[in-house]
Design a protein around this ligand. Structure first.
Ligand code: ADP
Ligand code: MG
Length: 454
């Protein structure tokens, strides 16, 4: 399939691109507060908001301890909340008619009854956070240091109402935005504190990761929740997933006349079930062959392309001399190559962004290499994503890549401001000619982390 202009294109192919409106967070919070009152017969104590994220590099490496380059964008999920004193958690979502939010009934559970396998559907992202907070409060296995401020007493409960401005299932982390807005709401109801400090935000991120890993059953690595809870406006995070330390990169493409543009392909999520987990299993199998706890340990502190190539050569030698491998050999090698080159690209982009005048063309080329690695080595792209990237580049983007886990979702592109409108029109008509669903367009600004908004 190609997107050259063709004589068979119909006038509808050139309908105006659909832009997702900039969220008016205060207005949404006021409306949500009213909905809360209609549903629960009392006013909420407050409304908390947490953003989704984009990621410039470091896909499928957070669980390997690699570096990721996320930023929180300006689209948020809001949670209105009021406390209860009977240990019960109730929740409703204003997205209950959305095809991706399958169960539209009001949801309810005792917090003490939340356990892996016990909370189906979207409510797992909500109830899982309460469960995760208690787990972190008591020092869960991965981080044995207890953070007692997160503990919810046996009679602690809450009524919640959520509303999202993040497109759901678009690779822009609506799930983390939901978890993190709930976490901030529960933390504030529980402690009276609206401004958790960075160590508390790290602990809340761990509670949200626990919810997603153990209660929802999605084996994700922590990139999304960290970006949602710890970003600063105007900055990209250089997130070191070995210890979740962050460095902040105040690189602003607007100074060079550029912007971040997301294309939500709205491609149906086919085949996605279990694919994230199988990629993770293959990466862990590669680390086992190399005799290392994680793949990040295969590279030195300041990796070079030669270091990445040397790891692959070592992997091949170890297999030839009979090392055990639990996963498919060819796939595991591809995942290893993705992991090594992806970690390297993160370091290279971070290096550019630390300079006073980043070379944005080079950043763009690295984004494209990142996409090619996601397509060829990680093997998580679909035609909609590949064609969106090609068309963005053809229409003037300096670079473009899939963002998030793939199998549908969004592309992020680095685009000259004067090319934005033409690029969106080009991608729009290209999708029409290929018979794809109509895409959605969003300009993304690095924005502040989750906070109380009402
Ligand atoms: P992404 O995080 O990229 O948007 P995921 O598949 O990780 O995609 O998460 C989407 C899921 O998160 C939805 O299917 C739903 O279960 C849950 N979710 C996200 N936002 C909401 C919301 N506002 N209301 C209810 N559920 C939501
Ligand atoms: Mg998600």
């Amino acid at each position: 399939m190609s997107c050259e202009l063709s004589e068979t294109a119909t006038p509808e192919d050139f309908a105006r691109p659909r832009w997702v409106a900039q969220p008016d967070v205060r207005e949404r919070a006021r409306r949500l507060s009213q909905k809360f009152e209609e549903a629960y017969g009392r006013a909420p104590v407050g409304v908390w908001a947490a953003p989704g994220r984009a990621n410039l590099m470091g896909e499928y490496v957070d669980f390997s301890g690699g570096m990721c380059l996320p930023f929180a964008h300006q689209y948020v999920t809001l949670t209105a909340a009021a406390p209860r004193e009977d240990g019960v958690l109730n929740a409703q979502s204003m997205q209950d008619a959305d095809e991706s939010v399958a169960d539209d009934r009001p949801q309810s559970t005792r917090i003490s009854a939340v356990a892996p396998g016990a909370v189906p559907g979207w409510f797992g992202y909500v109830a899982g956070v309460a469960w995760g907070m208690n787990r972190v409060a008591h020092g869960e296995s991965a981080h044995p240091v207890a953070v007692s401020e997160l503990e919810l007493a046996a009679d602690f409960g809450a009524d919640l109402m959520v509303d999202s401005t993040v497109p759901i299932g678009a690779g822009l982390a609506s799930s983390a935005a939901l978890e993190c807005s709930v976490a901030l709401a529960l933390f504030s109801l529980n402690t009276g504190r609206d401004h958790p400090d960075d160590p508390q935000r790290r602990a809340l991120a761990r509670a949200c990761i626990a919810a997603e890993n153990h209660i929802v059953g999605a084996n994700t690595g922590g990139l999304d929740q960290t970006a949602s809870l710890r970003s600063h406006a105007g900055e990209i995070l250089a997130l070191d997933c070995r210890d979740f330390d962050v460095a902040r990169l105040p690189a602003d493409p607007a100074l060079a006349g550029l912007t971040w543009l997301a294309v939500d392909t709205r491609a149906p999520h086919k085949l996605a079930d279990g694919q994230y987990s199988s990629r993770r299993a293959e990466c862990e199998a590669a680390a086992a062959v190399l005799g290392l706890p994680t793949l990040r340990d295969a590279l030195p502190e300041h990796p070079t392309p030669d270091d990445a190539a040397a790891v692959l050569a070592r992997f091949d030698r170890l297999l030839e001399s009979g090392a055990d491998l639990t996963e498919d050999r060819e796939k595991t090698r591809l995942r290893l190559r993705h992991s090594m080159t992806e970690m390297l690209r993160s370091v290279q982009i971070a290096h550019e962004m630390r300079s006073d005048a980043p070379n944005w063309s080079r950043v763009g080329r690295l984004l494209v290499e990142g996409h090619e690695s996601m397509r060829d080595d990680c093997q998580v792209t679909v035609p909609e994503l590949d064609i969106a990237v090609d068309e963005c580049l053809r229409a003037g983007a300096l670079g473009a890549k899939v963002v998030g886990g793939g199998f549908g979702g969004s592309v992020i592109a680095l685009v000259p401001l004067e090319s934005v409108a033409g690029l969106a029109a080009a991608v729009q008509s290209c999708f029409a000619r290929n018979g794809f669903r109509e895409p959605l367009f969003l300009t993304l600004q690095p924005s502040e982390a989750g906070r109380r908004v009402l």
